[in-house]
Design a protein around this ligand. Structure first.
Ligand code: FE2
Length: 194
């Protein structure tokens, strides 16, 4: 079954994000969905034709992680936006942050610092499902550096297309706008209790 484009039109009008920026970003996301479906189809055809040992098959197989993660990371990113409330101090996520970072404030400083690192990519709050531990991870390419078996709880896009239209090189200002719009109830629902 093909992957379908999810509608994040509810985010239009969000404070600190222009319609132009969001619509361009939605278009970019749609490209990942389309390419993920194409790759699945082409790989299946090549397999049927007995061409699984060809360089073409190998290169498309390698590309799958980039396209699939590009799709899914954008869904998680848009999905954790659109909120207006600060995090609930008694929520699972807030308790786990306090346990692993000392306080919400220390977690926030670490996450923002991760997002401000030089280079383009993703800042992702991951939870290790084995221990429950939270950590902020820098992801350079969509398919590289994800900790195995961990859950992406909060995803922030820091590729230039995510902010340059509205903020130019002021990534820190974009990160502040991102924080004002985090949907903490979604983030909390992605976090589990061990
Ligand atoms: Fe993006």
């Amino acid at each position: 079954m093909a992957y379908t484009v999810k509608d994040f039109g509810n985010l239009i009008g969000m404070e600190g994000f222009s319609d132009t920026l969001l619509n361009n970003h939605f278009t970019l996301y749609q490209g990942y969905v389309s390419n993920t479906n194409k790759l699945i189809d082409i790989l299946a055809s090549l397999l049927k034709e007995g061409k699984e040992s060809t360089p073409e098959y190998a290169e498309l197989k390698r590309r799958m992680g980039f396209e699939f993660n590009g799709m899914r990371l954008h869904e998680l990113y848009f999905g954790n936006l659109g909120g207006k409330q600060p995090p609930d101090k008694s929520s699972k996520i807030a308790n786990q942050m306090a346990e692993d970072f000392g306080s919400y404030g220390d977690w926030e400083r670490d996450f923002k610092a991760t997002g401000k690192m030089r280079g383009i990519g993703w800042a992702i709050l991951y939870q290790d499902k084995v221990t429950g531990r939270l950590f902020n991870q820098w992801i350079n390419e969509h398919e590289v550096g994800h900790p195995t078996g961990c859950t992406p709880v909060l995803v922030m896009d820091v590729f230039e297309h995510a902010f340059m239209t509205d903020y130019g090189l002021k990534r820190a200002s974009y990160i502040e706008a991102f924080f004002k719009n985090i949907n903490w109830s979604v983030v909390n629902s992605r976090c589990c209790t061990i």
